[in-house]
Ligand binder design. Structure first.
Ligand SMILES: C[S@@+](CC[C@H](N)C(=O)[O-])C[C@H]1O[C@@H](n2cnc3c(N)ncnc32)[C@H](O)[C@@H]1O
Length: 260
């Protein structure tokens, strides 16, 4: 792993603990039906879930499109694809495929719906990926992109400076951490029309976002991870985040020595 390609390498190589954590995190939830409403899924829809992760959202969509529909889950990570394929080996509706590089392993115009949720921030070349989306999506099909914009996140009690320091430290884990604000222009540049942008903002008072920050901290590359974590700067709520960073650093040095 190098700093330059860390944003994609950390998805290619995932250890058992992280696979298990993602299989707990990226599950189909009640709110997904509302989140995916713009896709207008129907019985018989043919859907690509690009960057499907462990595949539970693809499985949830299979329940909506039914026996006449088809769901293709595609992901960079081989472990996600293997586990999801094993779980769905009997299914005639849903299948999983690995992608590595810009080319999606599907025929032209083979889907009429395309979901890409929290993935574009990691792809090496957004325009090349969107060109592939246009190729596999039939004319008149629907594309739903859902992505974050980490530049708009405020964390209290950290305040602006510490929050910026944390996200700066985590930035190598993304190709484009501020993709959210750029989605519209990317889509127009790629030739999509009828582009509709919606911004969703929320306040987390339950602390659920700490899981996301903790997870992000595990992906801070070691040289920068310490910048967000000096003892003096550490608010009490981030203790777990800090230890996560430290154990990640240990795992990383283990990886480096294993790689020789
Ligand atoms: C944050 S997870 C989102 C998973 C799923 N879409 C969800 O929202 O539950 C990002 C996913 O994108 C995949 N990914 C990262 N880079 C990718 C690429 N270049 N092409 C395809 N998938 C990629 C990762 O392996 C991971 O499964």
């Amino acid at each position: 792993m190098t700093q330059d390609t860390f944003y994609t390498d950390h998805w290619r190589q995932i250890d058992d603990e992280r696979v298990a954590r993602y299989e707990r995190m990226f599950v189909w939830r009640e709110g997904h039906a509302t989140l995916l409403a713009p896709l207008d899924l129907r019985a018989g829809s043919r859907v690509l879930d690009y960057g499907c992760g462990p595949g539970f959202v693809a499985e949830g969509m299979a329940g909506i499109v039914g026996a006449t529909g088809r769901i293709f889950g595609v992901d960079l990570n081989a472990r996600f694809v293997e586990n999801a394929s094993r779980r769905n080996s009997e299914s005639e509706i849903v299948s999983f495929h690995q992608v590595d590089g810009n080319r999606i392993p599907l025929a032209d115009a083979c889907v009429d719906r395309l979901l890409c949720k929290n993935v574009l921030e990691y792809v090496p070349d957004v325009q090349a990926t969107l060109a592939e989306f246009r190729r596999v999506l039939e004319p008149g099909g629907r594309l739903l992109l859902i992505d974050s914009d980490w530049g708009f996140v405020a964390v209290e009690p950290w305040g602006r400076e510490r929050t910026k320091r944390f996200f700066d430290a985590a930035a190598p884990a993304f190709r484009e951490p501020e993709i959210g604000r750029k989605l519209r222009s990317h889509l127009l540049d790629a030739g999509f029309d009828h582009v509709d942008v919606r911004v969703q903002a929320g306040v987390d008072i339950e602390g659920g976002s700490l899981l996301v920050l903790r997870n992000m901290a595990t992906r801070c590359p070691p040289p920068r991870s310490t910048r967000c974590l000096t003892k003096r700067q550490r608010p009490s709520t981030t203790t777990a985040t800090c230890s996560a960073c430290r154990s990640f650093s240990r795992r990383e040095s283990g990886l480096r020595s294993a790689a020789g």
